[in-house]
Design a protein around this ligand. Structure first.
Ligand code: COA
Ligand code: AMP
Length: 630
């Protein structure tokens, strides 16, 4: 069936469409209804079903006789190891871990935080939670203790599963001291922590609270899969919003299973036995959907890659993995390709590897620039598919559905809306704009299965963040346009979120940290264009009148502060001291104008500006650090 036909079929009867897709899932009790709109605008899917995620991702493949097939391949250039785990082994390992957690009182609905690097044990911890109906929340290893503490207090976990360390090229990331500091800072205390000791660093355990991964599981009775209701939360994943407090995106169990399974075939064109690789991190949504759950639900082999696109050992690392493990579909962020392209501009390295199993390259996480797409097209000889989605949606809003029909690629566009998403471009008043015109991108409610039903313990924030601005729609926070053929173009965020190396960050959160510095009276953070990372954060600091210390000292302290409070992932390395910030007459900082000036783009003097001279001062300050050219 062609894309247009499929999309029309979904539009004609969304419930029938999703019930049909639900047929691919093993249910304990099959759903009788797809959509539950009794609490609209809080929509749910498959509420009356009963199901277990771990069964669908692991056990059912063993039951179908595929126990010997590789489920997970851990490829870790940073430790120089490779390790294959079959579906049968995975089942055994996950059931035992789940059994040990159950023996310590972890049950359906309890929260468990997972703070681990790219090791298979991270996926096993996620699946063990899913087996028990416990709700996991994975926290990315590049966040600092304070960010972990915020998440501990928000989701109040019964247990935390962590590793002793992570490995970044050139340095060990000491997880355990970060974990200890986070627990000290948080008001909520977990009952216990399970620590996966890595040989690169064995962490000291806190007596009475910490247990080591292996001894914890020793002698544990394996646990069976616990059926949960369709609307039972499978996980909470925190993401950045406009303010410092991260948003706890909730994912319901049944919709997650149905939607991800559908995407594996329809978008990524992968099925049982195929090797699927998403070079992301389990701490991000891509890691949840396409390192862990999607490929396993579909019976694929998934790759857990603990390395970088460059430097581990070189810019051929991705191509080596694709050759060695016969990857069929590969998913990465444009920034990773830009890093590779920088080291191998002529694309010599891909030619040294056998990439004959590779069928397509998928890009997401940030805008894919034409140069990067064309470089990949030239040197990989496979379709390069840009697709657009968000932590909130859990799977692509717009894509080129290779498993249905390979649509013509238009460079700069993530192609068309997927079934489930009625995407509209709206003006400020909520009216649709004609093709080719920029506007806010919104999706008509209800969102499809697998997307967020709400934020954890924050229904009001969910409404305010996503539903209030355009009644009847979900506001994506992205701006862009549609062309005459319905192709979407995603241009920029409409809020204070920036995207640094495919990582979603809140400038508001960074501003909160900077404002806490004793010499800082006022501040602003913007994302300026960066050739490698897409965007890079830049701080503007206005100092207190009495502040006498040298500016570069204050800047250094501010850079350290953001690294300590938010983490290295914020990549906050630059700040400048200015006398004043440009503001509107009502006191709103004109961040958008500052971005345009910094990037050397044409800009207009805002009609509402309080004092136009401030923009001259800002321009001069930016020029001193090599920005605002042109
Ligand atoms: N744990 C701890 N620290 C981490 C980390 C982790 N999991 N991941 C990154 N960091 C640290 C890095 O070590 C670096 O620290 P530094 O300031 O001491 O150098 C900092 O966070 C910034 O990291 P990163 O953004 O990765 O920049 P980089 O310069 O080290 O590497 C790229 C640049 C492009 C190679 C890298 O950003 C990359 O691979 N990006 C792809 C991202 C991606 O796949 N995102 C998925 C979204 S779908
Ligand atoms: P995250 O929630 O971390 O996945 O980040 C989601 C945001 O990243 C989106 O709202 C977009 O701003 C941006 N993004 C993701 N994919 C794309 C894409 N293909 N093109 C442009 N922007 C993208």
């Amino acid at each position: 069936m062609a894309y247009k036909e499929l999309y029309a079929r979904w539009q004609g009867d969304p419930e029938a469409f999703w019930l049909d897709q639900a047929g691919a899932i093993d249910w304990v009790t099959a759903p009788t209804r797809a959509l539950n709109d009794t609490r609209a605008p809080f929509y749910e899917w498959f509420t009356d079903a009963r199901v277990n995620t771990c069964w669908n991702a692991v056990d059912r493949h063993v039951a179908a006789g595929r126990g010997k097939q590789a489920a997970i391949i851990h490829d870790s250039p940073v430790t120089g190891t490779r390790h294959v785990i079959s579906y049968a082994e995975l089942q055994e390992r996950v059931a035992r871990l789940a059994g040990a957690l159950r023996a310590r009182g972890v049950a359906k609905g309890d929260r468990v935080i997972i703070y681990m690097p790219m090791v298979p044990e991270a996926l096993e911890a996620m699946l063990a939670c899913a087996r028990l109906g416990a709700i996991h929340s994975v926290v990315f290893g590049g966040f600092a203790a304070a960010e972990l503490a915020v998440r501990i207090d928000d989701c109040t976990p019964k247990a935390i599963i962590a590793a002793s360390c992570g490995i970044e090229p050139g340095r060990i990331v000491h997880y355990k001291p970060l974990l200890d500091a986070a627990i000290d800072m948080a008001s909520h205390k977990p009952e216990f922590c399970v620590i996966f000791q890595r040989e690169q660093e064995v962490a000291g355990l806190t007596p009475g609270r910490d247990v080591a991964w292996h001894s914890f599981q020793h002698g544990a009775e394996p646990a069976d899969c616990v059926p949960v209701e369709g609307n039972h939360p499978a996980y909470i994943l925190y993401t950045s919003g406009t303010t410092g407090a991260p948003k706890g995106v909730v994912r319901h169990t049944a919709g997650h299973l149905v939607a991800l399974n559908w995407t594996m075939k329809s978008i990524y064109d992968c099925g049982v036995g195929d090797v699927f690789w998403a070079a992301s991190d389990v701490g991000w949504v891509v890691g949840h959907s396409y390192i862990c759950y999607g490929p396993l639900i579909a019976g694929c082999t998934t790759i857990v890659y603990e390395g970088k696109p460059v430097g581990t050992p070189d810019a051929g690392a991705f191509w080596r993995v694709i050759e060695e493990h016969r990857v069929r579909s590969f998913f990465t962020a444009p920034t990773a390709l830009r890093a590779i392209k920088r080291d191998d501009p002529e694309g010599k390295l891909p030619g040294r590897y056998d990439l004959s199993h590779l069928r397509a390259l998928f890009l997401a996480g940030e805008r894919a620039d034409p140069d990067t797409i064309q470089w990949a097209q030239r040197h990989l000889n496979v379709p390069v598919i840009d697709h657009w989605w968000q932590t909130e949606t859990g799977f692509a809003i717009a894509a080129n559905p290779l498993g249905i029909e390979a649509l013509p690629v238009k460079i700069g566009s993530p192609t068309v809306a997927m079934p489930g998403y009625d995407v509209r471009i709206l003006d400020e008043g909520g009216q649709e704009v004609p093709p080719g015109q920029l506007g806010a991108i919104a999706v008509k409610l209800p969102l499809p299965p697998g997307t967020l039903p709400t934020l954890w313990n924050a229904d009001a924030r969910f409404r305010k963040s996503y539903l209030e601005h355009f009644p009847g729609y979900y506001e994506t926070g992205d701006a862009g346009m549609k062309d005459e053929d319905g192709y979407l173009y995603i241009m920029a965020r409409t809020d204070d979120v920036i995207n640094v190396a495919g990582h979603r960050l809140s400038t508001g959160a960074m501003e909160e940290v900077l404002a806490s510095h004793r010499d800082v009276a006022e501040c602003a953070v913007i994302g300026v264009a960066d050739a490698l990372k897409g965007q890079s954060p830049l701080g503007f600091l206005c100092l207190n009148k009495g502040a006498k210390r040298p500016h570069d000292e204050v800047v250094r302290e501010c850079v350290t502060l953001v690294r300590e409070r938010i983490g290295p992932v914020a990549d906050f390395k630059r700040a400048i001291v200015v006398d004043r910030l440009p503001k509107t007459r009502s006191g709103k900082v004109l961040r958008g104008t500052m971005v345009k000036i910094a990037d050397g783009q044409p800009w207009k003097m805002p009609a509402t500006i309080d004092d136009p001279a401030v923009l001259d001062e800002i321009t001069a300050a930016l020029r001193r650090i090599g920005l605002a050219k042109g």
